[in-house]
Ligand binder design. Structure first.
Ligand SMILES: [Zn+2]
Length: 264
């Protein structure tokens, strides 16, 4: 009898120990999975609260950093990488506007279809016009080089009509007209010669504004750039700047002033 009792007591003690060990292990396991540093049961609840708040704070911080650092790096890269490597002091980039008067600058000119132009743009203009005519378009060279005196006459006439403030947005004051560079030409349709924004609806302008850069020309006074150029939208005024610059300007929707600013 006493032997069985001892066995029962030992068996009972083993059960107690096993139970105690199991309880202890499960107790320890629970808080550890939530917080490796804090064991006590009371920490389980408060630990959970900072955990989710810490996570959203961390993830935007991580995702913001690369976004911020990538954007400023990428933005200047394309501008610099595909910007033509050109000497902007070359004749193709002469700038004539209210802020950059060219005085009585006089280029060597040659006449093409009744319009004097800088000799150096005669060939590209011939090709441009020929390509447009090959498309069945009735191109008309309306106005090329204008000398200082002619510009003075045109300007004074507009001043008399509208006053100086309005006049200088329509006709450039002498010395500030791009026509005086000999690098620009007004091109209209032979059957639609009016120089106003409705010209943009002609098949001729549609084609010429899409292909001008292939021949080195740009739409010099684009729609929406009046604040930069100081000149109203002129869908008839094309300016020679060379194929490289023209391609960049037309593809990026710039005006000449904005393009030249990229080299400052
Ligand atoms: Zn013009």
């Amino acid at each position: 009898m006493s032997g069985k009792r001892v066995v029962r007591i030992i068996f009972g003690l083993i059960l107690l120990v096993v139970f105690a060990v199991c309880s202890y292990m499960s107790f320890m396991a629970a808080p550890k999975s939530m917080d490796m540093n804090k064991a006590p049961a009371e920490s389980a609840a408060p630990v959970e609260t900072p955990a989710p708040s810490a996570a959203p704070e961390e993830s935007p911080a991580v995702s913001q950093e690369p976004v911020e650092s990538e954007v400023p790096e990428e933005t200047p890269e394309p501008v610099n990488s595909d910007l033509p490597q050109i000497d902007i002091t070359s004749w193709e980039y002469i700038l004539a506007n209210l802020d950059n008067p060219i005085g009585e600058y006089t280029p060597t000119t040659e006449t093409l279809e009744g319009q004097p132009l800088d000799t150096r743009i005669i060939e590209p203009m011939k090709e441009f016009v020929a390509a447009a005519r090959a498309e069945g378009l009735s191109v008309y060279l309306s106005s090329g080089y204008r000398d200082y005196a002619t510009q003075q006459y045109l300007y004074n006439r507009k001043v008399a009509q509208y006053g100086e403030e309005v006049a200088k947005t329509i006709v450039a004051p002498p010395g500030t007209s791009e026509h005086q560079t000999g690098l620009a030409c007004d091109i209209t349709d032979r059957y639609y010669e009016s120089k106003d924004r409705s010209l943009e609806n002609t098949a001729m302008y549609q084609w010429m504004s899409q292909h001008c850069q292939e021949y080195g020309f740009i739409v010099r006074y684009p729609d929406g750039k009046e604040d930069v150029t100081g000149i109203i939208y002129e869908p008839w005024h094309f300016r020679y700047v060379g194929v490289e610059a023209a391609t960049y300007i037309m593809e990026h929707g710039l005006c000449l002033e904005e393009f030249l600013d990229l080299y400052k």
